[in-house]
Design a protein around this ligand. Structure first.
Ligand code: SME
Length: 165
């Protein structure tokens, strides 16, 4: 049994450190990327307060050729399955290779509302050898839920996962 018990009163930097430590322990030596994403989605949900969705989109073949984002392991309500690069917050992160920290999703052009409750969002690309292979997507029902410090913490997690998803 895995029993990670995050203390949500910890300072964000320490919470992120413990999250990365738990993700490292769970994914080290496991070659199955789906299993690793599933466990990390569960960890994100357990460690980070005030979320309504946590999970992954993977870069995968598009039905009509080329590549796009395709839904991966997640916790929360059912979500849209395919997102072209450049569309919505996730597509912006995948297309630019840059973290997207969105304080108010209603003000983000092209935001894709998978859950009407979402108010703010953090999307961090996972890169392998410089190429985006997936994104980590976090949604919150609270406006401006995510800080630059949260972004740095999830970027550290994405770096850890580069060869594990
Ligand atoms: N809001 C995202 C879509 C994915 S859901 O939040 C799970 C976006 O605009 O890309």
């Amino acid at each position: 049994m895995y029993d990670f018990r995050p203390d949500e009163t910890l300072a964000p930097a320490e919470l992120h450190r413990q999250l990365c430590e738990a993700a490292d322990a769970l994914t080290e030596g496991e070659p199955d990327g789906i299993a690793n994403m599933a466990n990390v989605a569960a960890l994100l949900w357990e460690f980070l307060p005030d979320l309504n969705w946590a999970g992954f989109y993977r870069v995968a073949p598009a039905k009509s050729g080329g590549h796009e984002l395709v839904l991966g392991p997640c916790v929360g309500r059912p979500a849209c399955i395919r997102i072209p690069f450049g569309t919505g917050v996730c597509g912006a992160a995948a297309g630019s290779g840059e973290t997207q920290l969105v304080e108010d999703v209603h003000a983000f052009p092209g935001h894709i509302a998978c859950d009407a409750a979402s108010r703010s969002e953090l999307v961090v690309p996972v890169k392998r050898e410089g190429r985006v292979v997936a994104v980590i997507d976090l949604d919150s029902p609270s406006p401006a839920r995510f800080s630059r410090e949260d972004a740095r913490g999830i970027e550290a997690l994405a770096a850890l996962l580069a060869d594990r998803v």
